[in-house]
Design a binder for this molecule. Structure first.
Ligand code: NDP
Ligand code: GDR
Length: 375
């Protein structure tokens, strides 16, 4: 009796060109294309001549808003973006898309990406963010593309969690502090494991927080800049926030997608940190954002009673609301981008004050045009 094989043999797609030729085709597949990073990465790859395929979740409401400008262009000047319905929880669908698209590069950006929500939807977050990564990697193997398709995994500074050392770099131990962080830890290791086990070109980008005017509205930076715009236009009275003392290393998403692409262009796969090397407290983001609309903030009280007062009007424009605190917090993130700077030639271009200003100005414009629409 023959021994049972311990690793299932994938079926190989026929007549594939050798890996070097296959890579030159420049066909990218992005999970999470409708998200903040997905939209910037799509623009970048199209500008480099890629054919870009994206996985979009079926939703009863419109979820392709961040890609709208690319669609519109498509009517005037057809481009090379193609969307496919799919989900990281659906293995058959992933295999089907990969077999159809034959991507030379896959960027796994799809995730339930909100840390606070992951405490409420822990199993779902584990399934999509953790096992979803495994499903994609296995789908590549199932199609026999493990020597052909390069794979980028959206790993995160949330892996560092409870502070072990700063600045955090590729050698700093992980200690995740949320179901999101734990799910991403699985994804980090399975990516590394498939690289070592099957010789796949698979990289982890350990990215620190990156923001933009396209940032989801429930993440703290965008929540602040939208509120600053609305408060300054008299549309909102007060901004309610959680932990004002958390420290984050905030960069611009457009800079970070450039780093993702660079990671997949190297001779050999490696993991890289992308960060700015600076950290700022949430309260500092608040102060800088209000300063863009010429409002100076004075803080009064402390803990859950803390209030941010508009110095000129004397009104409370920021209040702490305990419901935004997390069961376990990541207090301090500060990354070292030294390896990426040295080996990828990557450097962030947008600094902290410019990031805050760009986000507030974009929200002011959006909020004003909404007023005009309603008038
Ligand atoms: P977003 O939340 O803006 O986008 C997440 C994307 O994932 C959306 O396109 C979303 O679709 C999609 N998605 C969610 N669930 C599923 C699913 N079950 N199947 C397929 N797709 C799904 O995140 P960002 O663009 O900010 O981040 C991109 C990736 O990078 C994420 O994996 C995130 O965890 C990670 N990351 C982000 C950092 C940051 O600071 N932005 C830092 C480090 C890592 P839909 O639009 O339908 O919701
Ligand atoms: P984070 O981003 O958890 O770092 O994850 P988020 O903007 O949600 O929180 C940053 C810090 O701000 C504190 N905070 C608040 N956060 C939110 N969302 N809402 C509030 O009202 C609020 N008040 C204070 C938080 O406690 C936290 O300390 C992001 C996501 O993009 C992840 O997907 C990614 O992996 C990491 O960044 C790196």
């Amino acid at each position: 009796m023959s021994a049972i094989e311990d690793v299932a043999k994938p079926f190989a797609l026929k007549n594939l060109p050798p890996p070097e030729e296959f890579f030159k085709r420049k066909v990218a597949l992005i999970s999470g294309i409708t998200g903040q990073d997905g939209s910037y990465l799509t623009e970048l790859l199209l500008s480099k001549g890629y054919e870009v395929h994206g996985i979009v979740r079926r939703s009863s409401s419109f979820n392709t808003g961040r890609l709208h400008h690319i669609y519109q262009d498509q009517h005037e000047r057809p481009n090379k973006m193609h969307l496919h319905y799919g989900d990281l929880s659906d293995t058959t669908n992933l295999v089907y898309i990969i077999a159809q698209v034959l991507p030379s590069e896959i960027y796994n950006l799809g995730a339930q990406s909100h840390v606070k929500v992951s405490f409420e939807m822990s199993e779902y977050t584990g399934d999509v963010d953790g096992l979803g990564t495994l499903r994609l990697l296995d789908a590549i193997r199932t199609c026999g593309l493990e020597r052909h398709t390069r794979f980028y995994q959206a790993s995160t500074s949330e892996l560092y969690g409870l502070v072990q050392a700063v600045p955090q770099d590729e050698t700093t131990p992980f200690y995740p502090r949320s179901p999101y962080g734990v799910a991403k830890l699985y994804a980090f290791w399975i990516t590394k494991n498939y690289r070592e086990a099957y010789g796949m070109y698979a990289c982890n980008g350990i990215l620190f927080n990156h923001e933009s005017p396209r940032r989801g509205r429930t993440f703290v930076t965008r929540k602040i800049t939208r509120a600053v715009a609305d408060i300054s236009l008299g549309k909102q009275g007060c901004l309610y926030l959680g932990n004002l003392d958390a420290q984050r290393d905030w960069g611009h998403a457009a800079d970070y997608v450039e780093g993702m692409w660079r990671m997949l262009q190297q001779p050999a796969p490696e993991d890289f940190v992308l960060a700015t090397g600076e950290t700022h407290r949430v309260r500092e983001f608040v102060e800088k954002a209000f300063a863009v609309v010429n409002v100076q903030i004075r803080w009064e009280g402390n803990g859950e009673q803390e209030v941010g007062i508009d110095v000129q009007s004397g009104k409370a424009v920021v209040r702490v609301d305990a419901r935004y605190f997390r069961p376990a917090e990541v207090d301090l993130l500060l990354g070292s981008p030294a390896k990426a700077e040295r080996l990828l030639g990557w450097k962030r271009k947008v600094d902290f004050p410019s990031l805050v200003k760009e986000m507030v100005e974009a929200d002011l414009l959006a909020s004003k045009s909404l007023i005009e629409d309603h008038n």
